[in-house]
Design a protein around this ligand. Structure first.
Ligand SMILES: [Zn+2]
Length: 167
C-alpha cells in the first residue's frame, strides 16, 4: 500500500500549463515537451494527432513502482470514492522520473480525451483554490493533497497493481 499526489497539466502544441495557468514550475523550469502533439496510443498512429492534451503525473514511492515494466502494468482508477463509483481507469502509465535512493517515482499518463482532461484539470484548479483559502486563513502550508491509494489488489489479468485516485 502507498499513497501519493496527483498533478494535471494541460498541453497546447507542447507547451504545458499547470492548474494555475502557469507555464513554469517552482524551480523556474518550463513545462515544455519535445513532442508537440498528443502522445496517446491513438494519436501516435493518427495522421491528425491532437494538438491539445493533458498529462497526469502521479507521484508515488519507488518501492511501489520502479521501472517501465512495472509502470506499463500499472493502471490508475480515478474517482474511486465508493465501491459502485463508475469505472474510470488510466491504462498503461509510463515513468516520468524515478529516484530509487530517495524512494519516489512519477508516473505519467497522457490523454486527449477532453472530458476526462477538463474534469481532472478542474479538480486541480479547485485544489489550488482551496489551498489558497486555507493558506490565507491559517497562513501556513497546505497539507491537503489529492491523495490516491495504491493497493496490491489484482484488478484484472493485465494490471498487477491498481492506483485509485479520489479528489
Ligand atoms: Zn491523443
Amino acid at each position: 500500500m502507498g499513497s501519493g499526489q496527483m498533478s494535471v497539466f494541460k498541453l497546447i502544441d507542447g507547451c504545458g500549463y499547470d492548474a494555475l495557468g502557469v507555464q513554469y514550475n517552482a524551480l523556474g523550469a518550463k513545462y515544455e515537451r519535445r513532442y508537440k502533439t498528443c502522445p496517446c496510443k491513438n494519436c501516435l498512429v493518427s495522421e491528425n494527432p491532437s494538438r491539445v492534451w493533458w498529462e497526469i503525473i502521479l507521484l508515488t514511492a519507488a518501492h511501489v513502482v520502479y521501472d517501465e515494466t512495472e509502470a506499463s502494468a500499472t493502471s490508475c482508477r480515478l474517482f474511486y470514492d465508493k465501491e459502485d463509483s463508475p469505472l474510470v481507469r488510466l491504462e498503461t502509465m509510463s515513468i516520468e522520473y524515478v529516484n530509487i535512493d530517495r524512494d519516489f517515482c512519477g508516473l505519467k499518463y497522457a490523454t486527449c480525451d477532453a472530458t476526462l482532461g477538463n474534469r481532472l484539470y478542474a479538480l486541480m484548479e479547485h485544489r489550488f483554490e482551496i489551498g489558497k483559502r486555507i493558506w490565507q486563513k491559517y497562513k501556513g502550508c497546505d497539507h491537503s493533497e489529492n491523495l490516491f491509494s495504491l493497493s496490491p489488489t489484482r484488478m484484472d489479468a493485465l494490471s498487477s497493481r491498481s492506483v485509485s485516485a479520489s479528489g
